[in-house]
Write a protein that binds this ligand. Structure first.
Ligand SMILES: Nc1ncnc2c1ncn2[C@@H]1O[C@H](COP(=O)(O)OP(=O)(O)OP(=O)(O)O)[C@@H](O)[C@H]1O
Ligand SMILES: [Mg+2]
Length: 538
């Protein structure tokens, strides 16, 4: 299949920069076509790395982990590392000592490169000598054959490097990799933040010799094959011990530094919190100020507390929709007054803008009361003691509460807690049950609110029957609907009595005008919305 040609090729990191770029190009082509995404791309490339490249990459990841960073899982980051390591024009085969390879190799060339690499990380005189002697001894054992296996982090060498400053950040030697000290650790550990710590020394930890070669008595056998035996010389064992200890020490030091940092920070926790809160408040006020200026908000007027409850808004807008729809938003007026009309029952087609309208009134009231300008051409209201809402639908199965139960719990909460100075917005109460029960619940709730509480209510419903409540509270209840045009170009501003002329228009097109106008609409045009949602196609 085509896929055969689209495999990420292997990469051993031994070739020159040109070969690397060629390889990278192939990889990119595969990824452009396959679009595996992260972290899969990293995993794929990792699985195609071999030999030196693999050892090197492992040490990069390990070094990140040791310095408290995440492993690299994004391809672009891995590519950056690879380019940094292999894409430089100066990068040549010889920079990449063979001893990182897993197979046997000739000692001579290797010794040079090890010594060169050790000098590169600029150990002090004594450390350098110790290290090079160690490696040289290791290399001259046996009949010139030596195999490295595994790699280890020679953190024991850290003390020798503390005095180093500003050396090159990444040493391009074999697996010798240095990272800067994590900045905040500086003051705790006494290291400056540009101190370099060599992280990975890929030196062989065991010596592999043909099985007939005799070795000193204190060498420890690690494992063997038919022809060869692998040993740990005592120096190696000691170094490995030291390494373990050093790793432990670093972990302890890091933990202590972190705790110290938290403690230091904790001392000023209260101050931090106060300033964060102050900034948050400032941010909020600043945003409201900018919005008010750019969107022509007005300063709301509050009437005295002994005046009747009232909300008068001219050309009110929904602060969020207004931003989204810009000039297409249709503003609406609202006039509610405890002594006159204190309740609006809003009917109209689905998608007509009912919910938006009642939300907008509540939002303007809240904005006014937090001290902001409001999205309207004028607004006059009395201070509210609360805004109670019953909107949307949700259930709570974890607590064994169905949608309808949630709905009624909220309604009962409103009934218990509202006062004559509250604003109440209720959206389609009772729609979660049969029409008969729903109408009864909606009617009874509204009746109670009007009779017992006399608070300001905006009531959205699809039940025309509810509007009959007007007769029980003459003057207090107004029927409104969101206007629309049907395909017959009839502006639907009639109220329920004279609305007989409008027969079944559910099949026609409907244009929403979003203007809230007096009168009732008993058409919901539910089928129209079904069509919008492409339900009717089936
Ligand atoms: N005043 C307005 N000006 C312009 N567009 C509006 C206005 N009000 C609402 N809309 C648009 O109409 C959409 C539907 O509004 P809304 O959710 O209020 O409908 P609804 O009448 O409550 O419908 P339903 O009966 O299905 O709940 C909104 O998402 C918005 O895009
Ligand atoms: Mg709605």
């Amino acid at each position: 299949t085509h896929d055969v040609h689209l495999k990420v090729p292997e990469f051993d990191g031994k070739s020159d920069a040109d070969a690397f770029i060629e390889w990278l190009d192939k990889v990119e082509r595969v990824f452009n076509y396959k679009k595996y995404g992260d972290p899969k791309q990293v995993t794929i490339v990792e699985s195609r790395l071999t030999g030196f490249a693999l050892t090197w990459w492992n040490s990069v990841q390990q070094a990140r982990r040791t310095s408290g960073y995440r492993y690299i899982t994004e391809w672009w980051k891995m590519r950056r590392e690879l380019k940094e390591r292999c894409g430089k024009p100066g990068y040549q085969k010889r920079d990449c000592p063979a001893f990182a390879k897993k197979d046997g190799l000739v000692v001579d060339g290797m010794r040079e490169s090890v010594i060169a690499n050790v000098q590169r990380v600029l150990l002090d005189q004594e450390e350098t000598e110790m290290y090079t002697t160690f490696v040289r001894d290791l290399c001259t054992i046996g009949d010139g054959q030596l195999v490295g296996y595994g790699s280890f982090t020679f953190l024991a060498l850290i003390p020798g490097l503390i005095s180093l400053q500003n050396a090159e950040p990444i040493n391009h030697g074999a697996g010798i990799y240095a990272v800067s000290v994590i900045p905040f650790m500086g003051s705790m550990t006494g290291l400056t933040s540009n101190t370099l710590i060599p992280h990975t020394y890929n030196i062989p930890t065991s010596v592999q010799l043909p099985s007939h070669v005799r070795v000193p008595l204190d060498w420890v056998k690690v494992n063997s094959t038919k022809k060869t035996i692998r040993y740990h010389p005592p120096e190696v064992l000691k170094a490995l011990d030291q390494l373990l200890l050093a790793k432990e020490e670093v972990t302890v030091a890091c933990r202590a530094a972190w705790v110290l940092f938290l403690e230091e920070f904790g001392k000023y926790y209260a101050e931090f919190q106060i300033s964060v809160q102050a900034f948050a408040a400032l941010d909020c006020l600043h945003s409201l100020a900018i919005l008010s200026r750019n969107k022509n908000y007005v300063r709301p007027v509050f009437v005295d507390d002994n005046e009747p409850m009232q909300i008068h808004i001219q050309s009110g807008r929904h602060p969020v929709l207004d931003l989204i729809l810009q000039d297409n938003f249709v503003p609406n007026d609202t006039n509610l007054d405890a002594n006159k009309e204190c309740c609006q029952i809003v009917t109209g087609p689905n998608m007509g803008g009912k919910s938006c309208y009642i939300r907008q009134v509540a939002l303007i009231a809240i904005m006014a009361q937090v001290g902001s300008f409001v999205p309207a051409s004028s607004a006059k209201l009395r201070v509210l003691d609360g805004i109670h809402t019953r909107m949307g639908a949700s259930d709570n199965i974890q607590q064994g509460r169905s949608t309808f139960l949630e709905e009624l719990t909220e309604a009962s909460h409103i009934i218990l807690n509202c006062t004559a100075h509250s604003l109440i917005i209720i959206d389609e109460l009772g729609r979660g049950t049969s029409t008969h029960d729903g109408v009864a619940i909606a009617y009874a709730t509204l009746h109670y609110l009007l009779q017992q509480k006399r608070c300001i209510v905006l009531f959205v419903t699809h039940y025309p029957k509810i509007v009959d409540i007007k007769n029980e509270f003459p003057g207090s209840v107004g029927a409104y609907h969101v206007s629309y045009l049907t395909s017959q170009n009839t502006l639907e501003i009639t109220d329920s009595q004279s609305d007989q002329g409008i027969c079944n228009l559910d099949n026609g097109d409907i244009t929403f005008l979003y203007k809230v106008v007096p009168g009732m609409s008993d058409k919901s045009f539910g089928l129209n919305v079904a069509r919008l949602a492409q339900v009717s196609d089936f």
